[in-house]
Design a protein around this ligand. Sequence first.
Ligand SMILES: [Zn+2]
Ligand SMILES: [Zn+2]
Length: 567
Amino acid sequence: MSAPAFEAWSSPPGEDELRLIPIGGLGEFGMNSLVVHRRNQLFVVDCGQLFPGEEQPGIDRIIPDFAYLEPFGAQVEAVLLTHGHEDHIGALPYFLRQWPCRVYGTAFTLALVAGKLREQGLKPESFLVEVGDYDRVPLGEGFEAEWIPVTHSIPQACSIALHTPWGTVLHSGDFKLDPHPVDGRKTGLRRLRDLGRKGIRVLLSDSTNPGSPGHSSPEQRCVEPLRGAFSATRGKLFLATFSSHIHRIQILLDLAYEEGRKVCLLGRSMERNVRLALDLGLLHLPDDLFIEGGEVSLFPPGKVLVLCTGSQGEPQSALARLIRGEVKGVKLLPGDRILLSSRSIPGNEVAISRMLDAAARLGAETSLAGLGDVHVSGHGCREDLRDYLKAAKPQYFVPVHGTYRHLQAHARIAEEEGWGGDRILMLDEGQCLQLFADDRVAIPGAVPVGKCFVDEGVEHMVDARVVRDRLILQEDGIIFATFLVDRENGGLAGDPTILSRGFVVPSDDGAYAELLATAARRAFEEAPREIQADREALRETLRLALRRVLRKTTQTRPLVVPVILEV
Ligand SMILES: [Zn+2]
Ligand SMILES: [Zn+2]
């Protein structure tokens, strides 16, 4: 799916042209961001991060590369947020440092963003502008953004409709169609149909679950299975879920109240998000439900619910610390139960399994047997996606938020509903979709996009080469080859010394170092005079020569570092 380059990317759009460019979020889950570019004005819908995997050792988060914005920097007008999940807001602090601008979103979304900005030393009040459901915000000549409520696994999620001189561009955001949402805030289907009747030019829509048949389960569907877990637990119930999933938390608090359990909150983000939701009136609960960690032992175990972070097995989470016995006043004992009311994000399975194993060793119940679904997805299944598409009836349909196969499966649903191939636009990250005033559309190619690596504690972005080197170190180790060069005549002043770490020597240590030293000496002596005189070129020549020998003799590719010292 690699697209040709869009040659004219650094010149601004023509008067009659609107560009839509997904900077991230296509072909993978995470880093969702869409650039909307008209002459003299740029908007960014969502600004998310990607969680690093094992291929990015030592990296804390991955954010999109917004190189496309550089030629137009001062024209970045605003960021428009659909909701507050990390894959939609996680890159914002880094983005705003480079392109300070207004950020629009609903109250809960902005409350989460504000916390992130403060952590990074930015002042939220200089950026954030709150919007309500169905608000329309003017953004310059003929441009308006409208926030339309949708149901999702976080409060106050929205689709965003951009009303433009090129027609309406609708971004679904993340959604499912839950007819009985916990907070009573329903998807604005009537408004979507309304807009559909008036004409939507382009719909970009969430492709997380097109492979799952039927409608997505309503959030309330997990009430009974969770109730079952409450009554099947003699001891304390330790329940981990995503701390931004306020609807799930409401269900759990209601159940705790009904079942006569006091609630102890554990984990920084859990305490903070519950506080935020209470302040915004998004959580409703009776007084004196909460107890502190230190009070847990004062109540019979069967009368306590501990609501905590750690559903992904994160080693520093409240649940993991608790199992390691590091939480003062709260102990895991036989008869207690650990329950994860969440899905495991791919890549976290091993950490989760290890954590549950440690809990089972302490005598805690960890099995889900007989409980039913204690978690439901926040994303729409096939019929939800179909209903949304039929409500919006866009002229053009662009599947987003998913791997290529997810996008493809979503496109098939559109085909089934009668959208012809020319009305379904399969974009990839960076591919530019041009809308023209006269109804034409074009995809001229891709603009530069990529990933930036953030290692907290390092002031600047980590270069991709550093990440690659870390991977090589982890796989094959490192070899230093030190050359002593005579300053007078430029020749070698002794045999090169070879030192390795993390590298597995194929035979006898000494003999193999000898072999490498000989190859290094030969490479040095055979290098032409002008290369010998140019340190940079010499290092590269020596590196390549050693790598050749290593590959031939060991099939490995350790990091090779030639060190040249003058004597
Ligand atoms: Zn998302
Ligand atoms: Zn989401």
